[in-house]
Design a protein around this ligand. Structure first.
Ligand code: ZN
Length: 218
């Protein structure tokens, strides 16, 4: 049995990913292979929101926001959007990404990867501190990521998140996005609108409970 046959037997549906294409492939084919890779990596994960969506919906949304709202056509940026949580949230390594998709995509994903060994508060602070120094492509992905997350949390808050925790999360994303501005007016305007809606759903004030007219609005 060849090495390839062994790996195919062990991972039957990863076979198309382990074999490099013989001829150059189209941008669309590259994106679909990237999506297939990300879907396999996140296949057992769900979003923590109360609708328990498959995790892969999130990177798909981030890439779709870049392409449709931001007008982004750069393939490496869209690939990195699809892969942006693979190193942080799955067993994927930087080497694996570099081999499958090249060094640019790998380094963009690493720019999006938090150090999960840090405590949550320090990690959040570090993300704000790191944001101004991100490359323009990583800033685009970061803004789209925050649009998707704020929309998700506002519409489908995780069951154990209080209104106050949601408010604090929204304000933290605003601080991160403020450090990424100047790269794409349409994406930044979409973020502002999604944040405005999220604040409306949870209410701005203290102690009155929030979550009024926006409830159920998905
Ligand atoms: Zn994300």
């Amino acid at each position: 049995m060849t090495v390839e046959a062994v790996s195919e037997a062990a991972l039957p549906y990863e076979s198309s990913l382990t074999r490099p294409p013989e001829a150059p492939i189209s941008d669309l084919a590259v994106l679909l292979r990237t999506l297939e890779f990300a879907a396999l990596k996140h296949r057992d994960q769900r979003r923590k929101g109360n609708h328990q969506a498959p995790y892969i919906n999130h990177p798909i949304e981030v890439a779709a926001l870049l392409a449709t709202v931001g007008g982004v056509t750069d393939v490496a940026t869209l690939q990195a959007a699809l892969l942006h949580d693979t190193v942080e949230d799955t067993a994927t390594t930087a080497d694996e990404l570099s081999q499958a998709f090249g060094p640019e995509v790998m380094s963009l994903v690493l720019e999006m990867t938090d150090d999960m060994s840090m405590p949550s508060a320090a990690r959040k602070r570090h993300q704000i501190e790191r944001a101004p120094g991100l490359t323009p492509k990583a800033k685009l992905i970061k803004i789209a990521d925050k649009i998707a997350n704020v929309g998700d949390i506002a519409r489908h808050p995780p069951p154990d998140w209080t209104i106050d925790r949601q408010r604090k999360y929204f304000e933290w994303t605003a601080a991160v996005v403020d450090c990424c501005r100047g790269v794409n007016g349409a994406l930044e305007a979409r973020y502002d609108e999604v944040l405005r809606q999220a604040r409306e759903i949870v209410g701005e004030g203290k102690g009155e409970g929030g979550r009024g007219k926006g409830e159920g609005a998905s």
